[in-house]
Write a protein that binds this ligand. Sequence first.
Ligand SMILES: Nc1ncnc2c1ncn2[C@@H]1O[C@H](COP(=O)(O)OP(=O)(O)OP(=O)(O)O)[C@@H](O)[C@H]1O
Length: 246
Amino acid sequence: MSQLQINNLYKTYDNKTYALQDISFKLEKSDFIILLGLSGSGKSTLLRCINRLIEPTSGDIIYEGQSVNKMDKTELRLYRRHIGMIFQQFNLVKNLTVLTNVLTGRLGYHSVISKFTPEEIDAAYRCLKRVGLEEYAHKQVRQLSGGQQQRVAIARALMQEPELILADEPVASLDPATADSIMQYLGEINREGVSVICSLHFLTLARRYGNRVVGLKQGIKVFEGHPEDIDKVRFKEIYGEEAEEI
Ligand SMILES: Nc1ncnc2c1ncn2[C@@H]1O[C@H](COP(=O)(O)OP(=O)(O)OP(=O)(O)O)[C@@H](O)[C@H]1O
């Protein structure tokens, strides 16, 4: 059984924007799938449908054999516990400390608002250590650089003990060297057994980190395969005739 199966997924906004059209693919455990495509091709919509931040118009999302579309509130909460989300703009609470932000990754495990346990606080320090930020635990997030903030977001996702990380353009706001270091952290986490689906604009990073690529163009899947199979022709199918690889 695949970890995740997307079957004939459609998302139409306002009855007129066909953001996703008949998208199907499978994610096996420990896959690192890169979603590639131009701005507006549907990458964010697809990632958000997977954890139902956006309701798909039709189609099925099957996680470990269970239909995500049919989950009730409680089932959805349990499912989302194991799905870490990383965003382009980091989505941290900037006037709270790094440690508090990391601990919020644990909220899905609290049935009522209760204090974090000493074990959870220890775990948060360990997650920060993983991304080299343990010394920043008591700083406010706003004092950190973009790359450091994205590392906090990764630590927060790790706090969930995720089985799958959905990363939506995690490096789009970062310089190339910082972008590469963020992708290295995701690569390490993936090698430890966490599956990743990550949207990117650039093929270079897709080639370096992905084991599979799903290419989207105007909401349609135009490529699925190994990164090394993206030749000049395939590249133009994803990015358009005028595009050149940089
Ligand atoms: N809430 C919304 N309401 C209406 N249309 C939307 C909404 N969100 C996205 N769209 C449209 O759906 C299409 C796909 O957008 P989406 O954000 O999924 O693409 P993307 O590949 O993630 O782009 P980017 O790289 O710029 O984030 C676009 O045409 C976009 O304008």
